[in-house]
Design a protein around this ligand. Structure first.
Ligand code: FAD
Ligand code: NAD
Length: 483
């Protein structure tokens, strides 16, 4: 067994691991990064990038399909070439992965170890039984993996997770997507728009990351106009039959329906990769999912020299969070024991459905928990159905709800489904991080006619409900038509 000593060990070379490596190196420490799988990161290989490439193809098909609404007609059939769609996806995905591989290659070979790491004790890691590394500080940046009920394995190769979808050479005819969460909504809607017959089944009524019941209800109804979606489905049978899967379920009218699909896609959530690390060997505090508890500002666990970052921390499994957490963990492991609090930004998440869904700052459920029943926060809203620019572009579907604190007028957060929600959410997140009040946000410039004018309407409504501003004047003409 090869034995060696090092200042910092990072387990995992994903987005968090790579950021941690740079952070620790900045302190001049000896650092080793261990990787059990292929290099290239989840985001580039099987996450953010290939999913957005699939969505881009679906958007393009959808633009063509709605052109007649403007009086623009395509005389002839819109044909989707599944092989070409998947070919572009894989080519572009490989390009993105290539950029990451170049970055990994720039790390000296002696700093990289290939193999699966496991704790032997609080300072020693064993890698695939071939080497042991003793480290002063350790960063767990092992990411997450899809989680689904184990009995679904009986479906064999007809059961897929997101990784498998991005390996297709062609599009299938039909799929059942289980889990209308972020991954399920993005993949399911994109496949539907690319001509795949899609059924989507959820549990308990949850849709995407939303917590505001009004936005969740709006989003459900909007998506149901496009494909079968039951966020609280009753599936009574699911069995593999030949090259497909047969499913019986209660439809929304209460009757039993029978379908046969080519594949079942499990998008029922992800599980942090911390269960096979030998954490039981350590006196480390774990939460009820077995994830090490960690300070959100330092990423330090209850074992002072052990840090956790990225999806493994289960704090907010998003790319920019993985990068931030990795950087913080890396700096702190590098300067251990003299650690520092790092920057944690306002919460921001976007689902690339159409209309997009987004969350900013504190969500509705979080605010209800934080403020209880003291009526200390209130809500303003705007519907995009009559919003000027959205109607111009035939994209007038959506609901934005903004939250503010009574008394101070502080902007607390927002949940939305709407056109260009990715951009609206960024504006709101910047305001949130600047700790702006609703009045200060209303002092900012708004052009005309733009979708952002919807934000102004929602903020005016909120200001009125906070008793800090006048009522909204109907069809406020000084703001431009369709504010
Ligand atoms: C389909 C999909 C779409 C997504 N889209 C978006 C999006 O649009 N925007 C967004 O912000 N986020 C998105 N995400 C989330 C984002 O991809 C993740 O939050 C991010 O990639 C997590 O990075 P990470 O470094 O924590 O994990 P990873 O990149 O997964 O890295 C972890 C690494 O650790 C290695 N590892 C695990 N265990 C061990 C071990 N014992 N020893 C050694 N190595 C080990 C793994 O092989 C892996 O390489 C998406 C995710 C998915 C699945
Ligand atoms: N655009 C983005 O930023 C983006 C895109 C994809 C993924 N992600 C990240 O990846 C994480 C994981 O995404 P995800 O969609 O796998 O998880 P999720 O937690 O968002 O959604 C899982 C969904 O599955 C449902 N579910 C659970 N068990 C079920 C069952 N047996 N049958 C039917 N439904 C069931 C849940 O109710 C929930 O709606 C997200 O939280 C997000 O942080 C981000």
């Amino acid at each position: 067994m090869k034995q060696s000593q090092v200042d910092v060990v990072i387990i995992g070379s994903g987005t968090a691991g790579l950021a941690a490596y740079r952070g620790a190196k900045a302190h001049g420490k000896s650092v080793k990064m261990i990787e059990a799988g292929p290099y290239g990161t989840t985001c580039a290989r099987v996450g953010c990038m290939p999913s957005k490439l699939l969505i881009a193809a679906a958007d393009s098909a959808h633009q063509l399909a709605r052109a007649p609404g403007f009086g623009v007609h395509i005389d002839g059939e819109i044909r989707i070439d599944g092989k070409a769609v998947m070919d572009r996806l894989k080519r572009e995905r490989d390009r993105f992965v290539g950029f990451v591989l170049e970055s990994v290659d720039s790390i000296p070979a002696e700093d990289r170890i290939e193999g699966r790491a496991r704790f032997v004790d609080a300072h020693i890691l064993e890698i695939d039984g071939h080497s042991r590394l003793e480290a002063e500080s350790i960063i767990i940046a092992t990411g997450s993996r899809p989680a689904y009920p184990s009995e679904w394995d009986e479906l064999g190769d007809r059961l897929l997770v997101n990784d498998d979808v991005f390996d297709w050479d062609d599009l299938p005819e039909s799929v059942a997507v289980f889990g209308p969460g972020v991954i399920g909504l993005e993949l399911g809607q994109a496949l539907h728009r690319l001509g795949v017959k899609v059924w989507m089944f959820g549990m308990g009524g949850q849709l995407g990351p939303l917590t505001d019941p009004r936005v969740m209800d709006y989003a459900s109804r909007t998506l149901q106009q496009e494909f079968f979606l039951d966020a609280d489905a009753k599936v009574t049978r699911m069995e593999r039959q030949g090259d497909g899967v047969e499913i019986d379920f209660r439809n929304t009218d209460g009757g039993t329906e029978h379908i046969r699909v080519d594949y079942v896609i499990a998008a029922t959530g992800r599980r942090p990769n911390v269960d096979n690390l030998g954490l039981d060997q350590l006196a480390i505090l774990l939460d009820d999912r077995g994830v090490p508890e960690a300070d959100a500002y330092t990423m330090q666990t209850s074992l002072p020299h052990v840090f956790v970052a990225g999806d493994a921390s289960n704090q907010l499994p998003l790319l920019h969070e993985a990068a931030d957490q990795g950087r913080i963990a890396g700096y702190n492991a590098g300067r251990f024991p003299d650690i520092r609090a790092g920057l944690r930004r306002s919460k921001l998440s976007v689902v690339f459905s159409d209309p997009q869904i987004a969350m900013v700052g504190a969500g509705y459920r979080e605010l209800e928990k934080r403020y209880g029943s003291c009526d200390c926060f209130t809500t303003g809203e705007v519907s995009f159905e009559d919003q000027g620019r959205s109607r111009v572009m035939l994209r007038n579907q959506g609901l934005l709800r903004v939250y503010g604190e009574q008394g101070t007028g502080l902007f607390l957060g927002a949940e939305m489904m709407g056109p260009d929600a990715e951009h609206l959410a960024h504006l709101l997140a910047w305001a949130h991080q600047q700790r702006m009040t609703v009045a200060q946000m209303l002092d900012m410039p708004f052009y005309h006619p733009v979708i952002e004018e919807g934000i102004r309407t929602a903020l005016r409504d909120l200001n009125d409900r906070l008793h800090l501003g006048p009522k909204i004047v109907d069809r406020c003409m000084e703001c431009g038509v369709g504010d």
